[in-house]
Design a protein around this ligand. Structure first.
Ligand SMILES: Cc1cc2nc3c(=O)[nH]c(=O)nc-3n(C[C@H](O)[C@H](O)[C@H](O)COP(=O)(O)OP(=O)(O)OC[C@H]3O[C@@H](n4cnc5c(N)ncnc54)[C@H](O)[C@@H]3O)c2cc1C
Length: 727
């Protein structure tokens, strides 16, 4: 099936499949005895036929799934035209990795264990940097689709602290967008912070993947194990309907690299022998995903629309995420205490009852969709690389959701890794470039893990003021479960726990009355959990890795990295390693960089690197020295084989644009106009300086000025070699 017909078939399949999509159907876990013994010893042809059989029986989407005979047939033969990258896991991070690789022209196979996409919403807050990454993928781009689908800001700008969502009392509300009428902050990013549930985002990513012939997404295919040599990786894939190799639908899939996007519980990290550090498990929770349009309407009616509800009453303590008030879609997170309590205690009927307690309305109409126990943890992998395999997303790190960094960090991992894999596969970069992935992303993962744990403790401030102490409850649970008390019957230990907990909850009411003024102060001064983290969202930088800081940068870097107060703003910077600050631009001359169009509007400096593929961008101001920089870029490219694409920013105002013409741009140079007159104050380099920007928009090198004009070309060539590991 060729070209457009194949695409049309995949799109039709996707529509059909959406109709069939059902809640959290999964193939289950691996580990059946004799699994490996079933591996076909011959070439993959037999696997293909087996897979085709599985397709007929399965529920996977045609064109994407386990059964897509063409898809399987293309890539199971070790001698065939295999995709260079195999991605384990079709969650948001795995699919984004595939989309970013496809943008660079790299084919990948995405293996997803589950036959259907999960309907359980987890992540919902998408930060600006993540939105900037999503801005660069899909047509229409995924970020603009998110903006269209998300609820109006008025419905999610606040966190609400209350004794009940419908009945009960509102203790306080904190507006996290004070002074903003929109989630956009056009001075710092072309994209807003967004609020859209993960189960709404994932189909957008899958649809974007469906448009990409370079992506072969196989639902219902799990990596069971893998081996690697100096030349490549071979995954052992289980596509059997029972997920345990039953029926013999197992095949080997060779590739050059493996990306483990298999989440916190996927197991590939363990197979690589990579451990994790951090505080570990923090709290066990039950997520109750429920629909109640009645509750959504009640919250709007009482003027208490919000994103998060912290509910404390004598029956229940909960954090509820309002994913969409119009649809009445929520997730309630309830702490529980294994082994004295178990997930099985939370039956649908019990969960509906809990939701009514959370709402403080006994006649509330509730439809419980899914119930999921999970463990909140703070962990970061010791390394993100094991030979030819790379960890991304939750496979590399687990954070408490307080701060909403999990998926956002994972998608930025993918953004960092994709261009590096593409550049190495293309021969534009040396293999050592891939070593910089851990060096750059692990510090970000560690910082976000620590911040998320600190946020979790911050979020406990209000319950603690109400006399509720989660840590004490955890401690009590641990004590009751300890071997020293094993002589107590389990029912008794459980009953002690539950009685003590309910005494604590009941005690909350009078204490609350006593502390009302203190609470008001906490809400007023924003000393509760925050929603926006612009400093951490946009302001992280790579101090070491594929960057080339000069001696003059050290002091400025130390100052930038000095610990700041929790509410310090994001300060745009052109320091080496930082994300190139956003400046609104309009294109005056496409030059080589934008000649092909690229399919995306270019309206921000953020879009320049996104349009560059695996090339580097040399960004400079409009100055007489620009011709020398253009010549240096040409020379560096000729010497290294790495395209260095010059971009000139001109000023927007008539007064300053009179300087144009001081040096006529070569037709290869891209010329953009700074439409908000922001560049002059942001650039922090002399008018004749320049910045070398990587494909992920981070600054690799900055020349404060062109003072050593004699050595300009040699300097640039040296820097390109360092950044691209081409010594
Ligand atoms: C309550 C809650 C709220 C959250 N809120 C936010 C938020 O607001 N913002 C935010 O950024 N983050 C948030 N997070 C975190 C976010 O949900 C995760 O960080 C995100 O899901 C990670 O994506 P991932 O693709 O790395 O992993 P996952 O979403 O876990 O996907 C991994 C995929 O790999 C598949 N898989 C596993 N093993 C294999 C295998 N061997 N072979 C093939 N496939 C395999 C799984 O089936 C799964 O589909 C929240 C988390 C929770 C629990």
């Amino acid at each position: 099936m060729a070209g457009s017909t194949a695409l049309a078939a995949r799109q039709a399949a996707l529509s059909l499949w959406r109709c069939f999509r059902s809640s959290h159907a999964s193939l289950g876990s691996h580990g059946a005895q004799g699994f490996l013994a079933q591996l076909p010893k011959t070439a993959a042809g037999s696997s293909c036929r087996q897979l085709a059989t599985a397709a007929g029986a399965g529920t996977a989407p045609p064109g994407f799934a386990a059964g897509a005979a063409g898809a399987a047939g293309d890539s199971t033969d070790a001698g065939g035209d295999n995709a260079p990258v195999v991605i384990a896991g079709g969650g948001p991070v795995g699919i984004t990795t595939a989309l970013l690789l496809a943008k660079h022209g790299v084919r990948s196979v995405v293996l997803e264990r589950s036959r259907t996409l999960t309907e359980h919403p987890q992540a919902h807050l998408i930060n600006m940097r993540c939105m900037e990454v999503l801005r660069g993928i899909g047509a229409p781009d995924v970020a603009s689709q998110v903006v269209q689908l998300m609820p109006p800001l008025e419905e999610w700008r606040r966190f609400v602290y209350c004794t009940g969502m419908s009945g009960g009392e509102v203790l306080g509300m904190v507006d996290h967008f004070k002074g903003q009428s929109s989630p956009h902050q056009p001075a710092i990013s072309p994209e807003p912070v967004a609020h859209l549930a993960q189960n709404r985002l994932l189909p957008l990513l899958v649809e974007a993947a469906a448009q990409q012939p370079a992506i072969d997404l196989r639902m219902g295919h799990a990596i069971h194990s893998f081996t690697q040599t100096a030349e490549g990786v071979t995954a052992v894939v289980d596509a059997s309907p029972d997920g345990n190799g039953g029926g013999g639908n197992i095949y080997r899939l060779p590739s050059q690299y493996l990306v483990a996007a298999d989440g916190a519980r996927g197991g590939l990290r363990q197979q690589l022998g990579i451990g994790m550090g951090g505080p570990g498990s923090i709290q066990h929770l039950i997520n109750i995903h429920f629909f109640s349009p009645q509750l959504g309407a009640a919250l709007r009616d009482r003027g208490a629309a919000g994103m998060l509800y912290f509910v404390f009453n004598r029956d229940v303590i909960a954090v509820v995420v309002a994913h969409n008030l119009s649809r009445g879609e929520f997730v309630a997170q309830i702490p529980y205490f294994p082994p004295l309590q178990s997930g099985a205690d939370f039956t649908p009927a019990r969960c509906a009852e809990i939701v009514r307690q959370v709402a403080r309305r006994s006649d509330l109409a509730v439809e419980v969709r899914t119930i999921r126990p999970w463990t909140m943890a703070g962990r970061v992998a010791h390394t993100y690389r094991g030979g030819r395999a790379f960890l991304v997303g939750d496979a590399a790190h687990s954070f408490p959701p307080s701060g909403a960094f999990g998926m956002n960090t994972g998608i930025c991992d993918a953004h960092n890794l994709a261009w590096k894999l593409a550049a190495v596969l293309e021969g534009r970069a040396g293999p050592a470039l891939l070593d910089t992935y851990t060096a750059e992303r692990k510090p970000v993962g560690t910082a976000n893990m620590l911040l998320s744990v600190a946020n979790f403790n911050e979020a406990l401030r209000v319950p603690q003021m109400l006399g509720l102490d989660y840590k004490a409850a955890n401690l009590l649970s641990d004590v009751l479960a300890a071997p020293a008390l094993s002589w107590l019957p389990p029912d008794v230990r459980r009953s002690v726990l539950e009685t003590t907990m309910s005494v604590g909850k009941a005690a909350a009411s009078p204490i609350r009355r006593l502390r009302r003024s203190e609470l008001a102060e906490v809400f007023e001064h924003g000393e509760t959990l925050r929603l926006q983290f612009p400093k951490e969202d946009l302001g992280y930088l790579y101090a070491a890795g594929a960057v080339c800081p000069g001696p003059a940068d050290a002091a400025a870097l130390a100052e930038y990295q000095r610990p700041k107060p929790r509410d310090a703003p994001y300060t745009p910077t052109t320091l080496v390693g930082a994300r190139l600050p956003h400046v609104a631009i309009s294109v005056q001359q496409p030059g080589r960089l934008l000649a092909a169009g690229g399919g995306h509007d270019v309206a921000s400096t953020v879009d320049l690197a996104a349009a560059a593929g695996t090339s580097l961008v040399l960004l400079m101001s409009d100055s007489p020295q620009q011709v020398l920089w253009e010549a240096a870029a040409t020379a560096a490219e000729a010497a290294t084989g790495v395209p260095v694409l010059p971009v000139v920013i001109t000023q927007g105002s008539a007064a300053t644009s009179s300087s144009r013409g001081a040096a006529a741009s070569s037709p290869h140079t891209t010329v953009v106009q700074d439409v908000s007159n922001a560049w002059l104050s942001l650039r922090r380099i002399a008018p004749d300086g320049a910045l070398l920007v990587r494909p992920d928009g981070h600054i690799a090198w900055r020349a404060a000025n062109s003072s050593s004009l004699q050595s300009l070309a040699a300097d640039l060539e040296r820097v390109v070699r360092v950044v691209m590991a081409k010594q």
